[in-house]
Write a protein that binds this ligand. Sequence first.
Ligand code: BGC
Length: 454
Amino acid sequence: MTQTAIEFPPDFMWGCATAAYQIEGSPLADGAGPSIWQRFAHTPGMIRDGHTGDVACDHYRRWHGDIALMRELGLNAYRFSISWSRIFPEGKGRINQKGIDFYSRLVDGLLEAGIEPTATLFHWDLPAALDDRGGWLNPDIADWFGDYAATMYRALDGRVKMWSTLNEPWVVTDGGYLHGALAPGHRSRFEAPIASHNLMRSHGRAVQVYRAEGKHRIGLVVNVEPKYPASQSPEDLAATQRADAYMNRQYLDPAFFGTYPEELREIFGEAWPEWPDEDMALIKQPIDFLGLNWYTRSVTRHDENAWPLKASGVRQKSATYTETGWEVYAQGLTDTLMWIKQRYGNPPIYITENGSAFYDPPVAEDGVIQDPLRVDYLRKHLRAAHAAREAGCDLRGYFAWSLLDNLEWSLGYSKRFGIIHVDFETQTRTLKDSAKLYAKVIASQGRILAEPVA
Ligand code: BGC
């Protein structure tokens, strides 16, 4: 197959992404309060093999070396998240300056290395003290989040020029409040819409506060998984619409249009509340960019037994699946980018996460980790991203998930998403072949992607 030329523009952002609880370790150091993930991880049976984030990648103490690795890859940007309970150990009120100092040092280190820091305010590690007050179910959380956001803007804005409010409100709601697999581990059809709505109100509040306190750019990070119907039957088509409304439009429609998709009423029934107009206006704050986390697609069919959606995914014969059971389908990334362009008015987009878990050995032999499946995934998805740019999507950057192998939430350390391998016994870091490919992509502004695969 002939490959057309590929080239990304000189100002394209090339980064890697991480999240606080997944990499930092030392969760209670320097006066930090516990988060709900700290609590969840220390509750027997919640995380596979009893793993916790107590040490993780020890990034809290090794961040300097990790920046050196980023440099080695040639990254010009890095996406990290701030742990709210390091800043506000009780969730609100008293500020813990030592928590701010940690992120301040990290940001300075990145800037010295010529790497643009981009910060996410919330990547799932809610202060436990706020969960005790109802967490995302308490409407006051929008103000608590606004105060925390203002504190961080005052401390870092200017050095940080690109902010995200929330990471993946869908996962917080679906995993934390509907199905219970993630912290805080609730399983309620009544709670899920409320948690979701308060997440989006909090997003709106943090954007609003940014307009008063900050001078640069702020956006929202969502995960989008495109849904393709398993057949053209009316049942499968309707199931596909429901799945798309629930996972994708539930967050994008209110952020861009100030409305929720109709299908949510059908899905949640009596558990779906009517929301006041002022809430919808708060949520619909203009954002400067959209962060897209993209991993896979779903081929969807009607399924009476799938609670509460009545829709489920169909496994594709002859497709490759990752270790987390996700189909590798790079065309879906192009389709999603084009769908966002068309439906939401071509906003500036950054792919804030994209990556794959495949098996790697726990210890690198002779300093080498060959990860051909991850290499293939990375190459295909970068090409797919480029194709969308060519077709007019305003795509401005790509962040690989993840810089390092890390704590994959309830799956513990059993799934490796890093392009850099971590030996969790010794904390030795080893560049995988995928990291080496990414470095070459960055050095060539993507041109290397057009070359035939050896
Ligand atoms: C999250 C990451 C997670 C990754 C892989 C995203 O949902 O933002 O924290 O590790 O996907 O599951």
